[in-house]
Design a protein around this ligand. Structure first.
Ligand SMILES: NC(=O)c1ccc[n+]([C@@H]2O[C@H](COP(=O)([O-])OP(=O)(O)OC[C@H]3O[C@@H](n4cnc5c(N)ncnc54)[C@H](O)[C@@H]3O)[C@@H](O)[C@H]2O)c1
Length: 326
């Protein structure tokens, strides 16, 4: 059985669906603080619990025959974590509780959801995995520290793990059943599409004076289906080999500017999408693009959604069917 923490959230729910399609038994552990019960695909067992409660996660791992964990659960709203860093640092506490419960239950395999935010302002582009880690916000710092904890456990207890550093996750289940429904929403593509739906008056463009072709910040958008494919490959390696330690970027090695995203969304939706310039947000790097050769070379990862229009079109299809979310 595969334990998916945060399996009621945006990316975790897509993982649950993919695992069920591969005939894996799935246990979801989620406190529903940001997730949705309706996002948990039918066929998975849902335990409502908080990773900050060591007893709850300990009990779940004692009760179900889990062999591998995909750990998505985290508070991940960056602006909130800048205001209240403990929101991010509690992710470390939750992860330590999870790792203790795994050790007690003899579960030694983990796929961890890390982030491009561990790198901070890049000194080299595209960003390779061995780029210095200098996070500029508590969220990125918490993920970097968790990676350190995982490396130490690997050395001392033989924990087998793969940490996947996602760049900007985007898009929705191509079958239209699952999508991104965050409150508050802070990600660009959902905000642009909610503007297209008329749920917001306009989209703010934070910074028009970055050293990029059109002056707006550039990010590497990766479709959630492709992210999950990487998790399935990581799972295979962890199941086939012992004492695995892997850290991989998940991105396309291709960036799009905020303006390019807005223009692509205008094309996909056929709607106007008013946009207004606003000052830069502190700590927002100008360009984040992943070097993504390592996972292609070592795990044979291939991406299905390479065009920005396609990524946006899957998200748009979901928002049109679910304008109020789940
Ligand atoms: N969305 C992105 O672009 C992106 C980029 C990089 C990394 N990540 C990471 O990927 C993971 C999933 O992101 P997402 O966008 O799906 O987030 P999400 O907020 O949609 O999902 C997280 C889920 O974890 C649950 N959760 C949070 N704290 C918990 C706790 N203490 N105990 C139990 N459940 C808890 C929430 O209820 C939610 O269902 C996170 O770890 C995030 O940091 C996301």
């Amino acid at each position: 059985m595969i334990l998916v923490t945060g399996g009621a959230g945006y990316i975790g729910s897509h993982a649950v669906k993919a695992l069920l399609q591969k005939n894996c038994a799935v246990l979801v552990f989620d406190n529903l603080s940001a997730g949705h019960e309706l996002a948990v695909p039918e066929g998975a067992v849902l335990v409502k619990g908080d990773l900050l409660d060591p007893g709850a996660i300990g009990e779940a791992l004692q009760r179900y025959p889990v062999t591998l964990v995909m750990h998505f659960a985290a508070h991940s709203i960056v602006p909130e974590s800048v205001q209240d860093p403990l929101l991010s640092y509690r992710n470390i506490a939750g992860t330590v509780n999870l790792l203790s419960a795994m050790r007690q239950a003899g579960v030694q395999r983990l796929v961890f959801s890390s982030t491009a935010a561990v790198y901070g302002e890049p000194v080299k582009l595209p960003i390779p995995e061995d780029h210095p880690l200098a996070p500029t916000n508590p969220y990125g710092q918490s993920k970097a520290w968790i990676e350190t904890i995982l490396a130490q456990l690997h050395r001392s207890t033989g924990l087998s793990y793969i940490s996947l550093r996602y760049f900007n996750a985007a898009g929705a289940d191509p079958e239209g059943e699952l999508g991104e429904d965050h409150h508050p929403e802070t990600h660009l593509i959902p905000l642009v599409l909610k503007t297209a739906l008329g749920q917001r008056d306009k989209i703010y463009i934070y910074g028009r004076d970055y050293p990029t072709a059109d002056g707006t910040a550039v990010r590497d958008y990766i479709h959630v289906t492709d992210l999950i494919e990487a998790h399935l490959l990581a799972m295979e390696v962890l199941q086939e080999e012992r004492a695995v330690q892997g850290v991989y970027n998940l991105g396309h090695q291709r960036g799009y500017s905020v303006l390019e995203v807005i223009n692509a969304a205008r094309k996909v939706t056929g709607r106007e999408i008013p946009a207004e310039p606003a000052p830069r947000r502190p700590g927002d790097p100008s360009i984040l693009i992943a070097a993504s050769e390592k996972i292609k070379r070592e795990l044979g990862w291939r991406t299905r959604f390479t065009a920005l229009d396609e990524i946006i079109a899957t998200a748009w299809a979901w928002y049109r069917r679910h304008p109020g979310g789940y």
